[in-house]
Design a protein around this ligand. Structure first.
Ligand SMILES: Nc1ncnc2c1ncn2[C@@H]1O[C@H](COP(=O)(O)OP(=O)(O)O)[C@@H](O)[C@H]1O
Ligand SMILES: Nc1ccn([C@@H]2O[C@H](COP(=O)(O)O)[C@@H](O)[C@H]2O)c(=O)n1
Length: 517
């Protein structure tokens, strides 16, 4: 079992596949301790994922080595194992019949869809999402389902041809070849294929002699010369230790101090503007009517009871969402009234629209969005600060279908929902995540109750100038403080859980905590 108590999985669809289901299909596997920022203050990606390619004969122990590396890495950012087996080509019915009679050569490089393999790996390396095909050894066929993958900081690719094609080799940061005795490989293959791939002993031996062994000699074994490290196929714990140490060092070198940087850059930015006012045309603040000010007064009041707090947060959420809706395109629509008169009105002119909530304080805004667009698809992102460094970590991604597929994402409008923008570190990560999925910057509308002028909003707007931010209030201050807990009445208590958080001032306290308790 690779999952540990403190790991998190990046879910690949709404049904929330478990780690075990990934393992049994041997296609992908994702282990996460959170993804640190992979972009700079200009919003652009600055570091690719670290990619390791592992080649070797069939049953040499490639998957085993990959899994041992993951286990030995321990507490590092998200790791995914990508198997070349996922990229076997789709077959015709005749080919499948031949495959069952052991008359198809699955060990020739042409059996693999190399362009697709390289394209998926290039997407993952560049921190974009991808959808991996799923292959069935029992059916000798690519299935109709795909696996959504996003967010890996380390990718381990394994397969007999993993070092064969130059396009693949150019994507690796580390190339490994597993060298194993032929007898041992055959013995392991018989055991595994009978147990896991529904084969007979005779069939495995026949296939081995006809295709597997010649292909190993002609195509697989020669690729060992491309490897940076040759690992033995058994008793290989020392080699695995060396590889893990190398990867850990690489990850430490890539570590960044993003949140602190954001705040210091913002201060410089605010001081350098003539009026110190970060409000731009894409920072849309609700008209400051007495009615709106009344709502904020209740929400800012530390003595307001929880019932009132929830009621007025919900009311404000509806105002904000309605304001944000003004920025969606509309087209004219003619309707006929009950009295038979034609009347020209408007209707939404968008292919897809969805909400993405930053857990958990985006929750009240999600409810607001659902009140306005009842059947809207909702996704969520969990961004938390690292307990030691305070830096943001992307811990969980659950996006609706219209965002998981790039060709749909480019035509999708997204309401990104979070209670406040303080340092803007979470907002940065959330926007970058949407862009990685192919969402257009000017199709993102960030809706929030509060923005801190002294926080990261200016840097955020400089990085993503086309993203609209809709809010009801821009507050002056931002201060780092110990996290407070709230009692039943919603009053702040001094003892927290020892975590430091950034607080907007005057602000409303921790909005999510006051709302959900
Ligand atoms: N170092 C090892 N020690 C013991 N058994 C191993 C080792 N490496 C692989 N095996 C076993 O050999 C079989 C094939 O290994 P696997 O990693 O699936 O091979 P590959 O991915 O190269 O086809 C598995 O049953 C696995 O448990
Ligand atoms: N339908 C198929 C497809 C592939 N194979 C064999 O799988 C081997 C590669 O997988 P490993 O996990 O062993 O690296 C390869 O040698 C093919 O012969 C198959 O039997 N049936």
């Amino acid at each position: 079992m690779l999952a540990e108590d403190h790991t998190h999985e990046f879910f690949d669809d709404e049904s929330q596949h478990s780690l075990e289901s990934h393992q049994s299909k041997k296609n992908t596997l994702l282990k996460s301790h959170g993804r640190p920022p992979w972009y700079g203050e200009d919003g652009l990606p600055i570091c690719d994922a670290f990619v390791i390619g592992i080649a070797g004969g069939s049953a040499s122990g490639k998957t085993h080595v990959a899994q041992q590396i993951v286990r030995s890495l321990g507490s590092v950012p998200t790791v995914v194992i990508l198997s070349q087996d996922s990229f076997y080509k789709r077959h015709t019915a005749e080919e499948i019949a031949l495959a069952h009679a052991n008359r198809i050569d699955f060990d020739h490089p042409d059996a693999i869809d190399m362009p697709m393999f390289a394209a998926c790996l290039a997407d993952l390396k560049a921190c974009r999402q991808t959808n991996i095909p799923v292959y069935s050894f029992a059916e000798h066929q690519r299935l109709n389902e795909t696996k959504y993958l996003y967010g890996a900081a380390i990718i381990i690719t394994e397969g007999i041809m993993a070092l064969h094609h130059p396009d693949l080799r150019s994507l690796y940061d580390l190339k490994v070849f597993v060298q194993c005795d032929s007898d041992l490989m055959l013995a392991r293959r018989i055991q595994r294929d009978v147990k896991e791939r529904g084969r007979s002993v005779e069939g495995v031996i026949e296939q081995y002699l006809r295709y597997v062994k010649p292909a190993f000699d002609n195509f697989v074994s020669p690729t060992a010369r491309h490897a940076d490290i040759v690992v033995p196929g058994s008793n290989n714990s020392v080699a695995i230790d060396l590889i893990s140490t190398h990867i850990r060092r690489q990850m430490t070198e890539r570590a960044r101090h993003f949140r602190k940087h954001m705040v210091s850059q913002s201060v410089e930015c605010c001081l350098s503007t003539s009026d110190g006012n970060p409000v731009s045309k894409n920072l849309i603040v609700l008209p400051q009517t007495p009615q709106l000010k009344g709502i904020y007064t209740i929400l800012r009041d530390g003595t307001s009871n929880r019932q009132d707090f929830i009621f007025f947060v919900d009311r404000l959420a509806t105002f904000l969402i309605e304001k944000a809706m003004e920025h969606l395109p509309h087209r004219p629509k003619t309707v006929t009234t009950p009295t038979g008169v034609d009347c020209i009105g408007k209707e939404l002119d968008v292919k897809n629209v969805c909400g993405v909530s930053i857990i958990r304080s985006g929750g009240p805004l999600t409810r607001g969005l659902q009140r306005v667009l009842s059947d809207v698809a909702i996704g969520s992102l969990l961004v938390q600060s690292d307990a030691n460094t305070g830096e943001p970590l992307l811990l969980h991604v659950m996006l609706p279908k219209c965002l998981r597929e790039r060709h749909l994402a480019v035509d999708t409008w997204v309401f990104l929902l979070d209670a406040q923008i303080g340092t803007a570190a979470s907002a940065f990560m959330a926007i970058r995540t949407l862009l990685d999925h192919g969402v257009q910057q000017d199709h993102i509308i960030f809706v929030t109750f509060l923005v801190a002028r002294a926080g990261g909003v200016t840097v955020l707007q400089r990085a993503f100038p086309k993203v609209k931010i809709v809010t009801g209030a821009v507050d002056e201050g931002l201060r780092e403080a110990w996290l407070e807990r709230y009692n039943e009445k919603g009053e702040g208590q001094s003892e927290g859980d020892g975590r430091k958080v950034w607080i907007v001032e005057p602000g409303m306290g921790q909005i999510g905590d006051r709302y959900y308790l």
